[in-house]
Design a protein. Structure first.
Length: 171
């Protein structure tokens, strides 16, 4: 999950308490998933805002706005679930995500459009697989429900990104 398409991010980062129980293998797996989902959700919001500023294609700008809207909402929803089951939300993007953001922030116009949408296709492809894997693996019913609710949104984002990406050239 390079930038994980959905969930837990900007609004709740740093706001959740540490888990008090000793972690078992399942809670470690759930925590690892939430770590990636939180960072990915924040990244989607940050990149969506960047797309609203740097994109030249109206559909790319609209896609960026949609990422901000959907991921802000989903971040909040998963954040509440994570808090209720004692999981910790990371407070920063990974080094790879920071580098990817920096690279995209130097682009504008058609070059930005193509790079951003290509990233959204690859990212959402990986996200969908990761969310489906965690949905099957987690034993926590609250987390399972939150993930199940997010999967159709990730699929919709992937379909939109694929459609928009095929119409762009790097200029």
């Amino acid at each position: 999950m390079k930038t994980v398409a959905v969930l837990v991010g900007a609004a709740l980062i740093g706001a959740l308490p540490a888990a008090t129980a000793a972690p078992n293998d399942q809670s470690k797996q759930d925590q690892a998933f939430v770590d990636e989902a939180a960072r990915g959700g924040k990244m989607e919001v940050d990149l969506g805002r960047l797309a609203e500023q740097n994109a030249s294609d109206a559909k790319v700008k609209q896609f960026g706005a949609r990422m901000v809207q959907d991921h802000t909402r989903l971040n909040s929803e998963l954040g509440a679930v994570a808090k209720s089951i004692g999981l910790i939300i990371p407070t920063a993007l990974s080094a790879d995500q920071l580098a990817e953001y920096a690279k995209l922030s130097k682009l504008s116009g058609p070059k930005f459009d193509k790079a951003y949408m290509d990233l959204m296709v690859s990212d959402h492809t990986g996200d969908l697989a990761a969310f489906q894997k965690e949905e099957a693996a987690t034993q926590d019913p609250k987390l399972k429900r939150a993930i199940a609710k997010a999967i159709p949104i990730i699929q919709e984002h992937l379909n939109m990104a694929k459609s928009d990406s095929t119409k762009l050239t790097a200029g």
